[in-house]
Write a protein that binds this ligand. Structure first.
Ligand SMILES: C[S@@+](CC[C@H](N)C(=O)[O-])C[C@H]1O[C@@H](n2cnc3c(N)ncnc32)[C@H](O)[C@@H]1O
Length: 212
């Protein structure tokens, strides 16, 4: 597997140490985090099983070189752009695990339009933050309910135990936009206010359905 944007390198170290993968590539665009990863890899004596590479996104990989890639802790727009830039590498993966910190809806739309299928969605929580994790394969999917872009593919079928917490977090973030734009007179602010207010209403409706 390859961990793109590895930072500390904890993920490849734990996967290799647990025997879940034979070999990993830990990559980062910045030299400083990569040095941190190299130190941890050395501490665990895993230098032969984890290779580090400095560079941006999937450009550090050859098509078919690894079976799986993880892109976690980066923004959804960046993940989308990295997938698009090295499309021939991305589409050769057997599995892509994506964990965007924001703009999740944009990323899901991109995946739908550019030949990917989400096979599993998961959520996890740390403090007040809810992390959205998508397991993706090359293929096709059709997102029929627009809320699936925001809340996860087929969110209503799987009903994750953290779904309510995710909705509350999204309502909280949208409320911030509403408070910031309320009463402002520019066209952009009015538009943001309207979009966020409508979105909050929809999220509240979903929440009601979940409690029934
Ligand atoms: C917040 S850390 C995430 C670390 C780890 N993946 C995690 O989820 O805990 C984001 C990392 O992505 C790296 N990064 C940012 N843009 C990148 C790019 N275009 N290609 C590779 N790495 C990138 C940063 O240097 C940083 O180390």
């Amino acid at each position: 597997m390859a961990d793109i944007g590895t930072d500390h390198g904890y993920l490849p170290v734990s996967l290799v140490a647990a025997g879940q993968v034979d070999f990993a590539i830990a990559s980062d665009i910045n030299a400083k985090p990569l040095k941190k990863a190299e130190k941890i890899i050395a501490d665990f004596k895993l230098e032969k099983l984890i290779e580090t590479r400095l560079g941006s996104g999937l450009s550090v990989l050859q098509p078919g070189e690894v079976q799986a890639v993880v892109m976690a802790g980066m923004g959804g727009l960046l993940i989308r752009d990295l997938l698009e830039r090295d499309r021939q590498v991305a589409l050769k993966m057997k599995k892509l695990v994506l964990q965007p910190m924001n703009n999740q809806a944009v990323l899901r739309k991109y995946l739908e339009q550019r030949g990917y299928r989400i096979i599993k969605e998961d959520l996890c929580q740390e403090m007040e933050r809810i992390y959205e994790i998508m397991v993706v394969v090359p293929g096709e999917m059709v997102i029929s309910n627009p809320l699936e872009y925001e809340l996860g593919f087929e969110y209503d079928q799987h009903q994750h135990p953290l779904l309510k917490a995710l909705i509350d977090r999204k309502i909280y973030l949208e409320n911030k936009i509403v408070l910031n734009t309320q009463g402002k007179t520019t066209a952009v602010a009015k538009q943001q206010f309207a979009v966020s207010s409508q979105f909050i209403e929809k999220l509240n409706e979903v929440k009601k359905c979940l409690s029934n």
